[in-house]
Design a protein around this ligand. Structure first.
Ligand code: ADP
Length: 759
């Protein structure tokens, strides 16, 4: 598995090349975003993109099954679920004669580059096709269906795959296209079920998709705060019905009002017999004497608008896969493009597919650990955490137990409650007493704290906001005295601070000053939570994904509102000096321009934008221009100043409107990604804190993720990775998406010329 060296495409670099794109197998949200990115990247590079309709069948049928796909064909599809070019399970493609027809149609059109978006079946088909390419073309020459020259012009099939599958079952990549959106659908269903279940003290059994892979089930069981999960990779031992019901009983005794069991559709027992949701429900009814209701979520998981992640990740993948296919002329190993955390990786297709097929074999052979290993570290961590938090101890910790403080600091971020709940539960399961500190460091200085029980935090998994309260600001050196006194008098042995920049700055201040304060001689761990995503040592902070989804949702609505008139819209996001929300919101929302503090705003740049805008309204019948501006992009070129400039220069071509999104970016419930991140990070925070308490290690540190691995940094080291004036990391991985945004969101003259070529 190699980190992908950003290939990059230049205008005109692929002139004369023809590339086909198809979607195959089960559909997934985000396939349209990937298709759009493939087509527009190709146009940008001067290549000719062709859409192949109805999967491999379109390739076999030829004619209208393979059509030129221009810039505007890719317009308005970004926020649609499914795939606008259709998908199909073509049996004919699995035969030699089907492949012969497909190869013949491609060669006749001059296409020898392919990008396929599909599941492991579709990618296996792609590999078989490419391996057979030479012999297929030889046979076509022998049969007189293509000429020797045509054969010589297309010596290889150059291809790349992207995994479109809500199951997240391809070994080697962390997230496949559609998984995040499916988790959104499942989570909103579980959140809804949870509120009715809690009102009636009921048990619900929810079946989610996943024939061989339990990722959706496990991830949604954690993010939904559920009680039991059945997944194919970890079949339960005989007598599991009793174990499950004992566990549900224990959770109720610990204070849970409802019970929710998640069953993956492919769950089995160790003998390989399927476990149905109905069977689970009757086991609960028999043993606990309460009625259990079954909900089978089915195809709603595949439907609906793609999440922000599925839009930006699929767009980036589409760009990289296309860049690879257009910049390579020799036959190399076919690659699948995917993600490891926030880094694009490419994996040899054959190996990825072989490893994926190995998982059910290992499960059938009873080698569950090995099967789990292939699913990766995150999967393994999540299962271990889930097993721990769903096993509450029968009593609260002993009065003599060491006390761990849990608090927030800095601005509010969705997911703070999720993280606090996990800290409390994991602390209790390990025999510690969790103390909730209210209202940040101000509350800590005033001694506002009390013990939290299992039951107190039960409902916090789904809730936005921060029930413990949080405060902005860094305490003065004088206030440290009161903070130290509080920690000392309450015998706090270690502190978990879930928060943003102010939490980090306070931790750094404590590290510098604590030699004078006995109460501050304790281990402290910061868990990153900030909608701005501006913290050093982590690629993602808790809450940033919820805020981004809110921005993208607003962009969708603005686009809809402008669909009946000619408009120029400037949307302003939060973020202070960090442009994450503006750039990613613009990228995932399809904006033509973003204005960031990082890249600055200049008069020359604005003039270029206005010139482009006028031309595209005059010559290309544009209806909407959308720009996203970070709130601190520039102190003088404010959103209002931009509005006036654009309006003046537009000279009646369009109306210019603004939308300042404001605090709703902080107010939503945490997304599944936020909840999973909060769970993984807080788990490491609690384990590390306890290790430090036992070992009398007083290091002050912060946590983060890099390439989907959790990592710990000393607070001073972490702050050296940040720019204190702008309060943001020195390295921001997402900035590189700015170039891709210009390529796929903003029609250039190069793209337009490529469209009109040959038409
Ligand atoms: P998914 O891609 O979602 O795993 P399938 O396994 O149904 O879905 O595969 C989708 C399509 O890919 C099949 O209908 C067929 O057209 C093609 N395909 C799958 N496996 C092969 C194969 N071994 N050889 C050729 N084509 C294949």
């Amino acid at each position: 598995m190699e980190p992908n060296q950003q290939t990059g495409v230049k205008p005109g670099s692929a002139t004369g090349k023809k590339i086909g794109v198809l979607t195959s197998g089960g559909d997934a949200q985000g396939m349209n975003a990937a298709l759009r990115a493939v087509a527009r990247t190709a146009l940008y590079a001067g290549a000719e993109p062709y859409a192949i309709y109805e999967g491999y069948q379109g390739m076999i049928d030829g004619g209208d099954g393979i059509r030129r796909f221009g810039w505007t064909d890719a317009s308005g599809i970004f926020n649609r679920g499914g795939t606008v070019i259709g998908t199909f399970r073509s049996q004919e493609f699995m035969t030699r004669s089907g492949m012969l027809k497909a190869a013949c149609n491609l060669v006749k059109l001059g296409i020898d580059r392919l990008v396929v978006i599909g599941g492991d079946g579709s990618l296996t088909g792609l590999d078989q096709f490419s391996q057979a390419w030479t012999s297929l073309l030889d046979e076509l020459v022998d049969q007189g269906r293509i000429t020797a020259e045509e054969r010589a012009d297309h010596p290889h099939l150059i291809y790349a795959g992207m995994v479109g599958s809500i199951d997240n079952d391809l070994v080697g990549t962390d997230m496949t296209i559609g998984v995040d959106s499916a988790l959104h659908r499942i989570q909103s269903a579980i959140d809804a079920i949870s509120s009715t279940a809690a009102s009636h003290q009921r048990c619900f059994v929810v079946e989610v998709m996943g024939r061989h892979c339990g990722y959706l089930a496990l991830a949604s069981a954690i993010s939904g705060g559920c009680d039991y999960v059945l997944i194919p990779e970890d079949p339960p031992a005989d007598g599991w019905e009793d174990t499950m019901c004992d566990q549900l009983r224990k959770s109720r005794q610990a204070g849970r009002k409802d019970s929710i069991v998640i069953v993956a559709e492919g769950a089995t027992n160790r003998a390989g017999d399927p476990i149905s949701a109905e069977h689970v429900a009757s086991a609960v009814t028999e043993r606990l004497g309460e009625e259990a209701r079954v909900t089978i979520l089915g195809h709603v998981q595949r439907g609906g608008t793609p999440s922000a992640y599925d839009r930006w990740a699929s767009t980036w993948l589409g760009y990289e896969a296309t860049a690879h296919v257009l910049t390579h002329d020799d036959e190399g190993p076919g690659l699948v493009f995917g993600f490891q955390g926030e880094q694009i990786i490419s994996v040899p297709l054959v190996k990825a597919v072989a490893d994926t097929h190995q998982v059910p074999v290992l499960i059938a052979e009873g080698k569950y650990d090995e099967a789990m290993k292939l699913r990766g570290n995150e999967f393994h961590d999540l299962l271990q955490i889930f097993n721990q938090i769903t096993n509450p101890p029968s009593t609260q910790s002993a009065p003599t137990a060491k006390r761990i403080g849990v608090m927030h600091a800095g601005a509010l971020a969705p997911g703070m409650n999720t993280a606090a709940r996990i800290a409390v539960w994991l602390g209790i399961t390990q025999g510690y007493t969790p103390i909730g500190i209210h209202d940040g460091f101000v509350g800590l200085a005033e001694g506002k704290m009390d013990e939290l029980t299992w039951k107190d935090v039960d409902g916090w998994a789904q809730e936005g906001g921060a029930t413990l309260g949080t405060r902005r600001g860094v305490p003065t050196v004088e206030q440290l005295y009161a903070i130290s006194r509080s920690l000392e008098s309450e015998s706090i042995a270690g502190l978990i601070v879930i928060g943003g920049w102010d939490a980090y700055a306070t931790a750094q201040l404590i590290a510098a000053e604590r030699s004078r304060y006995p109460g501050l001689q304790i281990p402290i761990i910061c868990v990153p939570a900030s909608i701005d995503n501006n913290l050093p040592g982590t690629t993602m902070a808790i809450g940033a994904d919820a805020a981004l989804n809110e921005v993208v949702d607003c962009v969708d609505k603005v686009k809809m509102s402008a669909s009946a008139s000619q408009r120029c819209f400037i949307i302003e996001t939060m973020g202070r000096d960090c442009g994450y929300l503006a750039l990613m919101g613009g990228f995932a929302g399809g904006a033509e321009q973003v204005y960031l503090n990082e890249s600055g705003v200049t008069l020359d740049g604005l003039k270029d934008d206005i010139d482009w805008l006028k031309t595209s309204f005059d010559k290309r019948n544009r209806q909407l221009f959308l720009a996203v501006r970070n709130e601190n992009a520039n102190p003088n070129y404010t959103t209002e100043v931009l509005r006036r400039m654009f309006d003046q220069e537009g000279n009646g071509r369009y109306d210019t409107r603004t939308l300042i999104i404001g605090h709703i970016q902080q107010g939503d419930a945490p997304t599944p990604a936020d909840r999973l991140l909060a769970t993984r990070l807080t788990n490491v925070a609690v384990n590390r804190l306890i290790e430090q308490i036992i070992g009398a290690d007083k290091q002050i540190s912060c946590l983060g993720t890099t390439n989907n691995e959790v990592c710990l940094h000393d607070i001073d080291q972490a702050m050296k990775m940040a720019d204190p004036r702008h309060q943001r990391p020195l390295e921001q991985w997402w900035l590189r998406l700015g170039d891709i945004l210009s390529c796929v969101n903003r029609e250039s003259s190069a793209s337009t010329e490529a469209v009109s070529m040959g038409e």
